[in-house]
Design a protein around this ligand. Structure first.
Ligand SMILES: Nc1ncnc2c1ncn2[C@@H]1O[C@H](COP(=O)(O)OP(=O)(O)O)[C@@H](O)[C@H]1O
Ligand SMILES: [Mg+2]
Length: 360
């Protein structure tokens, strides 16, 4: 079976690393000459709106999936004429736009921060008066790794904030005084079978994910599964979906969903029976899903900007290196390490070992 992937970054690369042993082959459509997934499959180098090359991709593959959600709706609609596309155009439409996303949470009774649609500085002034400060202003589309957002703490921050984010449609959200951030990675097959990985505790630095630790028997697991299950059903979702939550007042508030494999699920490559990458491929290909059970204690640390010397990373016990083969650049995710240990005390010690290497 040949899988077409829109996007050829590290997520596409790790999909191919998981799918190759299943007998799958891959074609990646990505305009970047140095797209790092090309080491693992065919690289169709073209813009996402290039219909000739989209048609070529559709003709070559059995189905198409995505490694990022900011794909133009027209691209999805065009491809869907010729080849099955998972997740659906509707799932992407909702997940790529913070207004549709938060409106869906509200409709499904999933708690989420207060929010307002912002089309002008006047809208922002009105919304700040209603929601109060602090608040977070985010562009409705195209934001990632904390880009396209601004925390408004005092009245002076509000002045000119709409223009600062580019005078594009935005969302204002109430600031959540969270005690922690967790995410749930879920997978749903074409037949509706659904499985959930354990909740993961995430730490961000400067808006970028830094550390993910997989939990055991988290007290909010059942609640998170209930919320995520509602979204999967509503979207008749096929594939892996990641759901980010704020932990607040002993409950959960929905932050955002990603209609794809997710950075907070990278630990599953070594830390779960079947990884998020393999399960995504199984789901879209109509294969039975694999076990989402955790194997031992697991954590993932991102390498941002650069990867420490390989010999030093692999010298750490219980440590698995994933080097994406991308050029090093400040603020860019260029690799990660997964730790898988027998017990939590060892895991905590190993996390410190990797952090020391990153800080060195
Ligand atoms: N409403 C909020 N209240 C408090 N912190 C927030 C809020 N929204 C975002 N953040 C912080 O910013 C990070 C990035 O925001 P997010 O909406 O997840 O955007 P991205 O698409 O960049 O991941 C979150 O993980 C969280 O740490
Ligand atoms: Mg996020």
């Amino acid at each position: 079976m040949k899988i077409g992937v829109i996007g050829g970054g590290q997520l596409g690369r790790m999909l191919a690393l998981a799918g190759t042993p299943l007998g799958m082959s891959f074609a990646f459509l990505d305009p970047a000459p140095d797209a790092c997934a090309q080491a693992l499959g065919e690289h169709i180098r073209a813009d996402y709106g290039d219909q000739d090359h989209l048609r070529q991709l559709a003709d070559e593959v059995d189905l198409v999936t995505f490694e990022f959600e900011s794909v133009p709706a027209e691209t999805v609609a065009f491809l869907s004429q010729f080849v099955p596309v998972y997740p659906s155009a509707e799932a992407l439409r909702v997940a790529r736009d913070r207004w549709f996303e938060k409106s869906m949470f509200k409709d499904l009774g999933i708690p989420t921060p207060e929010f307002a649609d912002i089309r002008s500085q006047a809208d922002l002034d009105t919304a700040v008066a209603a929601i109060g400060l602090p608040a977070v202003l985010k562009t409705r589309t195209l934001g990632y790794d904390g880009k396209g957002q601004k925390v408004l703490r005092q009245p002076a921050d509000v002045v000119g904030a709409f223009a600062e984010l580019g005078s594009v449609p935005c969302l204002l959200e109430g600031f959540v005084p969270f005690t922690g951030e967790v995410s749930l990675v879920a997978v749903r097959g074409r037949d509706g079978e659904t499985r959930f990985y354990p909740l993961v505790h995430n730490t961000h630095v400067g808006g970028i994910l830094n550390l993910s630790v997989a939990s055991s028997d988290h007290p909010l697991q059942a609640l998170a599964e209930d919320y995520v299950g509602r979204v999967l059903e509503k979207l008749d979702y096929v594939g892996v979906l990641a759901f980010e939550f704020f932990e607040v007042d002993g409950g959960l508030k929905a932050n955002e969903i990603a209609p794809r494999v997710h950075n907070s699920g990278h630990w599953t490559i070594e830390g779960a029976e079947c990884s998020q990458f393999e399960n995504h491929l199984r789901a879209v290909a109509g294969l039975p899903l694999g076990s989402t059970a955790k194997v031992g204690e697991s954590a993932m640390l991102n390498f941002i900007g650069s990867v420490p010397p390989v010999e030093k990373v692999v010298a750490i016990a219980d440590c698995h290196l994933h080097h994406y083969g991308k050029a090093f650049k400040a603020g860019r995710k260029v690799g990660h390490a997964t730790l898988r240990c027998e017990d939590l005390a060892t895991l905590q010690a190993r996390i410190k070992d990797v952090e020391a290497l990153i800080g060195a």
